[in-house]
Write a protein that binds this ligand. Sequence first.
Ligand SMILES: C[S@@+](CC[C@H](N)C(=O)[O-])C[C@H]1O[C@@H](n2cnc3c(N)ncnc32)[C@H](O)[C@@H]1O
Length: 258
Amino acid sequence: MRKTFRDKNNFEYWDERWASLEADEPMKNIHSYPLKYANLVVQNKDQKILEAGCGIGRILRYYHNNGYKITGVDFIENAINKLKKIDPTLDVQKGNILDLEFENKYFDVVLAFGLYHNFHSEKLHKSISETFRVLKRGGKLCASFRADNIQELIIDWIRKDKNSRHKEFHKLNLTKKEFTKIFEDHGFEIKNVFNVQNMPFLYKFKFFRSKKHKKFDENKARQEGYKLSFIGQLIQDFLIKFFPESFCNIYLLIAVKK
Ligand SMILES: C[S@@+](CC[C@H](N)C(=O)[O-])C[C@H]1O[C@@H](n2cnc3c(N)ncnc32)[C@H](O)[C@@H]1O
């Protein structure tokens, strides 16, 4: 377990980040994280789906536009307002994963990408128990968590000059064992845990980005995935093939409420 620190607290970080971006276009690439994994648990259009921590909506909009019953919740008001403005038919609301307003056993599926690693200690447990509470028995959870590994250490090290004096908790990094145990302890049955590449550290260097991504455009990267150049991808493929645990960004868990 390792904690990453920055200059802003969790709320300030997300508030500022989402304020600086347009609402997402729906994701396009079904082969990239997170859509690829969400599709493993979203199975039909009768399911009630919650996207907890929906941000600026790349997943929410994808499923909504394809006729699924999906509700998005996020605690950042500017993100919710952007989504309501771009598509008033979206079912999206301001809410806190630590205290959800839904009744017990309401959802068939919960999607939570990059959400739980915003917490540690009691809040982490509370966020997981709230998820457990709103899921139906047999309901499925698809969730990602920042990996405590070399890849994320390098990413934090690249930002070290910017971060060195910062004391605000930013993210929790967990090993795969720690990540699965915490969900098991809350009563989930773990079906699968994947090593996932989201944004490799190589993407931080212009040289290793694909041609269309040389000029960094976060909305585009969020929609298409963080695409590397041929050489960048070759190196990343090598690292992932031989050191999958050390060079993924996140662990992605599929679990069922027993
Ligand atoms: C990594 S982003 C992921 C956004 C979206 N799921 C996606 O994949 O594009 C994590 C999201 O969790 C939200 N979040 C963090 N703490 C939260 C809380 N206590 N309650 C609700 N949302 C929260 C942040 O505002 C942010 O939008």
